[in-house]
Ligand binder design. Structure first.
Ligand code: GCW
Length: 719
C-alpha cells in the first residue's frame, strides 16, 4: 500500500507541468524549437559560431547565445575558428570588410552606430549566416533580433533584414528612492539594492540589462525625479559605478536625477542660484567626480519647480538658466541635461494645462544644445486618455523628448490588465500641424520634422522586485511595447502585441488570437469605465487608485471637482476661448476644429468643453445617456476580457493562467466600482434617470465615498 502511494505521488510529479512559468524570464524564455526544419537550421548555426573580434559586448553576446542554444536545442553552442566550418559569423562591418562587397558595406554603414544587418553571405560556395553592425552594440541588437526570430518561428536563413533605431535615447526612468521604495511603483521594491552595493551584485541587474538591450533600450535614469541629493555623494557614486560597469557591455548608459538644491544640502552653500559662481563650481566638481568613476555617464534628469521640488525660480531665474548651468558642467564630458516640462504649482491661478507652454515657449532658443526638454505625453498627467501635449510643435529651436508612463499610476496599477501601446500610438500618430502641415508627434520626437539630433523617448518604469518584475504579468507587455516604440515610434500596437504574445505564450493560434483580442481592447475599456468622453483625473486623491470624483480636499489644490466641473447644468472643462483657452496653445487648425463641440473627436469632448447634460452627441443620444453607456460598455468589456481569458484554461501555463485569471476578476470588480461610484455621483448633478439599455449602477454612494487607501503601494501614507 505504502509503495503504491509513493508510486502515485511520483507519477503525479512526473505528469504535472514541471516548468511552471513565474514570469522571471520575461520575453527571453528560449523554449525548445518545435518546428524540426527550424531546429535543424538553428543547430547548424549554433554549432559553428565565429566572432570577428573580442570585447565586452561580444562576451555578453556569447553568454546570450549559450542560454539560447541550451533553451532552443538543449545543447551548448560551439564557438569555432573561422576555418573550422564556422557558419554563424558575428562582427562589425570593419571587422568583416574583406568579406563584404562595397555596396554591402555602404548599405550597412548607412544604418548608423546602432543599426545592424543580418542575412546570408556566400563565401567560396559556402553559405553562411552573418550578423553585422557598425559597432559591437549594433551587433548586439542584431543578435537579439536574430534570437527573437527563432523564438517566434519566423527565422529564414535565406532572407536578410536590416534595422536601426529612429530615436537616439531610448530610456527608462526609475522613480526609485534610495530607501528602495518606488514612487508609483506597484511591483515590489526597487531592484537597486543600494545597501549591498557596491560589494554585492544581484543577478537581476544582468537580467534587467539583457531585457532592455533585447529591446534596444540604451539609457536608464536610476533614481526618482523627486530627487535625493545623497545619490551624488562619493559613496553612492561608487555604487552607481558598479551598475554603470555592468550595463556598459549591454549598450546602456546611466543617468541620475539631480536635486537642484544639492549645493545647499551637500555643499554647505547658502544658495543654489544657478548664476552664482560657487554654485557653478559645486556642480562642475561633482560632475568631474562622477566622470572620473563613470566615463560614459549620461547626465542628469531634473524635475525643478514642480510639485514642491526646488529649482531656479526660487532665485528669480528661469528654466533655461537652471538647465544651462548644469549643461555647462556636463558638456566637456559629452553629458546632457534632461529637463522636465512637467511643471505646475499648487496655486490655482491658471489652468494647469497651460503652465508648461507658458513657461517654456518664451525660452525657445535659449537652451544649450546638450539640453533636452522631456515632455509628458499630455498636459495634465498621464491620464487614461489625454490629447497630445501642446508643447509638441510649439517650439522650434528646443530639443523635445517624450515621457510616457509605463507604470500604471492612473491605469489600474498592478491589478489591471491594460495594454498601453494603443494609447502611446494614438499620441505618436497625432497630427500637430506644426512645424509643417503634416507633422505628427512621432516626427517631432524622432527629429525628422525638426532636424534635431538629440532625440529621446523616456518611459517611467514599472519594474520592481516582484518575481515577474512588473507585478501584473501583462505589465511586461507594456515594458516590451515601450522599448519597441522607442526604437521605432511608427510601429503598430497590434503587431507588437502579437510578437510579445508569441514570445510569452507560444505559437498556438487560438491562444494568440484570444490574448491579442483581450490586449487590444483593454485600454479603451479602462478609459470607458474610468474617464470616458474626455473626463479626467477622477481618481481618488493622492493614491490615484479607484474612483474619487467627489474629492474636494481641504486646501486650494487640484482636485477631481476642479477637473470635471459637474453642476446641475452640465459637465466638463471649458478650455475654449470662453474658458481657459488652453486650446489656443495648439496649432490653429486644432484650435479651430476642437473649439466646436460638434467637430472635436468625442473622446476629447469634456476635456475641452463644458456642456449641458442634454447636449446631443453624434449618436443622437444625450450627453448624460452617453456617459452612462460608456461606463456600462467599459464594465462589459472587462467581463468579456475575463471570460475570454478563462477559456484559455489548459492552453496556457497554469501559473500564468491563474495569476491573470485572479487579477482579471479583481479588474471586473474595480470596473464595476468605477462605474457605480462615478454614475451615482454624477447623477446627483444631472438629476436624470439612467438610460434603459444599461445595467444600472449598484451600491451606496456614501459607502464609496468612505473608502480610504492609506497604504496603497507607491505612495507615502498620507496621515
Ligand atoms: O503623476 C505625478 C505623480 C507623482 C510624480 C509626478 C511627476 C514623481 O503623481 O508621483 O512624481 O507626477 O511626474 O513628477
Amino acid at each position: 500500500m505504502k509503495n503504491r502511494i509513493v508510486l502515485i505521488v511520483l507519477f503525479c510529479l512526473l505528469i504535472s507541468p514541471s516548468f511552471a512559468k513565474d514570469g522571471y524570464k520575461l520575453w527571453l524564455d528560449y523554449q525548445s524549437i518545435e518546428n524540426p526544419n527550424l531546429a535543424e537550421e538553428a543547430e547548424k548555426l549554433f554549432e559553428g559560431i565565429y566572432f570577428f573580434g573580442k570585447n565586452s559586448t561580444y562576451e555578453v553576446i556569447q553568454k546570450e547565445l549559450e542560454l539560447a542554444s541550451k533553451g532552443f536545442l538543449n545543447q551548448n553552442p560551439e564557438f569555432k575558428k573561422l576555418n573550422q566550418n564556422a557558419r554563424l559569423w558575428i562582427g562589425t562591418r570593419s571587422e568583416l570588410s574583406q568579406y563584404l562587397g562595397l555596396d554591402h558595406q555602404a548599405k550597412i554603414k548607412a544604418l548608423g552606430e546602432e543599426g545592424y544587418w543580418r542575412g546570408p553571405l556566400n563565401q567560396e560556395g559556402e553559405s553562411l549566416y552573418a550578423i553585422i553592425g557598425n559597432t559591437p552594440k549594433g551587433v548586439l541588437y542584431g543578435v537579439f533580433d536574430f534570437l527573437r526570430s527563432i523564438q517566434t518561428g519566423t527565422f529564414d536563413s535565406n532572407s536578410e533584414k536590416s534595422d536601426s533605431p529612429k530615436i537616439k535615447l531610448r530610456m527608462l526612468n526609475h522613480w526609485d528612492n534610495l530607501d528602495r521604495t518606488v514612487e508609483r511603483g506597484y511591483a515590489g521594491f526597487s531592484i537597486w539594492d543600494w545597501h549591498r552595493l557596491p560589494g554585492y551584485i544581484d543577478p537581476r541587474y544582468i537580467d534587467y540589462a539583457r531585457a532592455n538591450a533585447s529591446l534596444g533600450i540604451n539609457a536608464v535614469s536610476l533614481t526618482n525625479v523627486n530627487a535625493n541629493a545623497w545619490v551624488l555623494r562619493e559613496d553612492f557614486i561608487e555604487k552607481v559605478k558598479v551598475l554603470a560597469d555592468l550595463f556598459r557591455p549591454y549598450g546602456i548608459q546611466v543617468f541620475l536625477t539631480a536635486r537642484f538644491s544639492a549645493p545647499m544640502e551637500m555643499g554647505n552653500l547658502e544658495t543654489a542660484d544657478p548664476l552664482d559662481t560657487e554654485v557653478k563650481k559645486f556642480w562642475k566638481e561633482r560632475v568631474d567626480l562622477i566622470y572620473k568613476e563613470i566615463p560614459d555617464f549620461g547626465g542628469f534628469l531634473v524635475k525643478a519647480n514642480s510639485e514642491g521640488q526646488p529649482g531656479p525660480h526660487e532665485y528669480g531665474r528661469n528654466h533655461a538658466e537652471g538647465a544651462n548651468m548644469l549643461a555647462e558642467a556636463l558638456a566637456p564630458h559629452g553629458g546632457i541635461v534632461i529637463w522636465r516640462a512637467f511643471v505646475y504649482s499648487h496655486e490655482i491661478d491658471e489652468d494647469r494645462h497651460k503652465q508648461a507652454n507658458l513657461e517654456f515657449e518664451p525660452l525657445d532658443g535659449k537652451f544649450m544644445d546638450n539640453v533636452i526638454i522631456q515632455v509628458k505625453n499630455g498636459a495634465i498627467d498621464f491620464q487614461p486618455r489625454e490629447p497630445f501635449h501642446p508643447l509638441f510643435g510649439a517650439v522650434e529651436e528646443t530639443n523635445l523628448g517624450m515621457e510616457f508612463q509605463i507604470t500604471q499610476e492612473y491605469l489600474g496599477q498592478a491589478t489591471q490588465l491594460v495594454y498601453l501601446s494603443p494609447m502611446w500610438e494614438e499620441i505618436l500618430q497625432s497630427k500637430t500641424y506644426r512645424p509643417s502641415p503634416n507633422s505628427t508627434v512621432a516626427e517631432i520626437i524622432d527629429g525628422s520634422a525638426t532636424d534635431k539630433e538629440l532625440t529621446l523617448m523616456a518611459g517611467v518604469s514599472n519594474i520592481g522586485t516582484d518575481r515577474n518584475w512588473t507585478g501584473h504579468l501583462f505589465g511586461q507587455a507594456n515594458w516590451y511595447a515601450f522599448g519597441k516604440l522607442a526604437w521605432d515610434p511608427y510601429q503598430n500596437s497590434a503587431e507588437i502585441a502579437e510578437e510579445w504574445i508569441n514570445l510569452t505564450f507560444g505559437q498556438n493560434p487560438e491562444t494568440q488570437r484570444k490574448i491579442s483580442t483581450i490586449m487590444l481592447q483593454s485600454h479603451e475599456a479602462a478609459v470607458n469605465y474610468m474617464t470616458p468622453l474626455g473626463l479626467h483625473h477622477l481618481m481618488g486623491r493622492s493614491h490615484h487608485y479607484g474612483p474619487g470624483p467627489w474629492v474636494e480636499g481641504g486646501r486650494a489644490d487640484w482636485t477631481s471637482v476642479y477637473y470635471h466641473r459637474a453642476d446641475s447644468e452640465g459637465i466638463g472643462f471649458d478650455r475654449t476661448e470662453s474658458g481657459s483657452n488652453a486650446l489656443g496653445q495648439y496649432a490653429s487648425e486644432i484650435a479651430y476644429n476642437w473649439s466646436d463641440p460638434n467637430q472635436i473627436p468625442e473622446k476629447f469632448l469634456l476635456w475641452f468643453h463644458h456642456l449641458p447634460w442634454d447636449f446631443k452627441l453624434r449618436s443622437g443620444r444625450t450627453l448624460w445617456d452617453e456617459i452612462g453607456l460608456h461606463y456600462d460598455l467599459g464594465v462589459k468589456t472587462a467581463r468579456e476580457m475575463k471570460q475570454q481569458w478563462d477559456s484559455l484554461h489548459g492552453l496556457v501555463d497554469e501559473e500564468q493562467f491563474s495569476h491573470t485569471s485572479q487579477l482579471l476578476a479583481i479588474q471586473v470588480q474595480e470596473a464595476e466600482w468605477w462605474r457605480n461610484a462615478c454614475l451615482l455621483y454624477f447623477q446627483t448633478f444631472s438629476n436624470r434617470p439612467f438610460p434603459d439599455d444599461i445595467e444600472k449602477p449598484t451600491g451606496d454612494l456614501e459607502y464609496y465615498k468612505s473608502l480610504r487607501f492609506p497604504f496603497a503601494p507607491g505612495i507615502k501614507p498620507n496621515w
